[in-house]
Design a protein around this ligand. Structure first.
Ligand SMILES: [Cu+2]
Length: 188
């Protein structure tokens, strides 16, 4: 009886998996759909604010060991499409956006003092810094985009990856932030 039930469940699972594969869209289409949904979600949630905005600014961000740069590094406020490219050469990277007046040195000190994970900036929990959003980590050679609604002010972009497989002489895990993956970004 029990075996029969398990057998039936397996068959159902297999059928489901097959159906999922048949209706499968390519990863590219999926990424585009996610991107569109994200942009639409922003517009729906902030219809009034967005209504008056004409252009979406575009910013290119380059991530690598160990630097972040943005072109341009200052833009007018509003919806911004950020296209991030990981130049590696070896590591995955991510782009985390904070709105803050804290210096990069201050943020590094917070990361160093983090008792949970040295070198990691506790994203939603940094006094004086507002977590705005992120483009999740992706592999070298990859390009990812995200749309963000940025108010005027000073921002800091960082890569917040900490690699526990790489440890320095003091026994500290490799922190991409502490290695230098940070930059200031201005929204006018
Ligand atoms: Cu990184």
């Amino acid at each position: 009886m029990q075996k029969k039930l398990i057998g039936l469940m397996l068959v159902a699972l297999l059928m489901f998996a097959t159906m999922a594969c048949d209706s499968g869209i390519s990863e590219e289409d999926h990424a585009a759909a996610v991107d569109a949904a994200r942009a639409e979600g922003l517009a729906a949630g902030q219809a009034e604010a967005v209504a008056g905005m004409e252009a979406v600014s575009s910013v290119g961000v380059s991530l690598s060991e160990w630097a972040i740069s943005a072109t341009p590094n200052s833009i007018p406020a509003g919806l911004v499409r950020i296209t991030a490219a990981n130049g590696g050469p070896v590591d995955p990277h991510e782009l985390v956006i904070f709105k803050t007046d804290l210096s990069i040195e201050d943020l590094e000190q917070v990361a160093i003092a983090n008792p949970e994970e040295r070198g990691f900036l506790p994203e939603a929990d940094v006094p004086g810094a507002e977590f705005i959003g992120e483009i999740e980590e992706f592999e070298p050679g990859g390009v990812e985009t995200g749309v963000f609604d940025l108010a005027p002010g000073r921002y800091v972009f960082i890569c917040n990856i900490v690699e526990h497989s790489e440890v320095d002489e003091q026994g500290n895990p490799e922190s991409h932030l502490l290695e230098g993956m940070s930059m200031e970004f201005i929204v006018r």
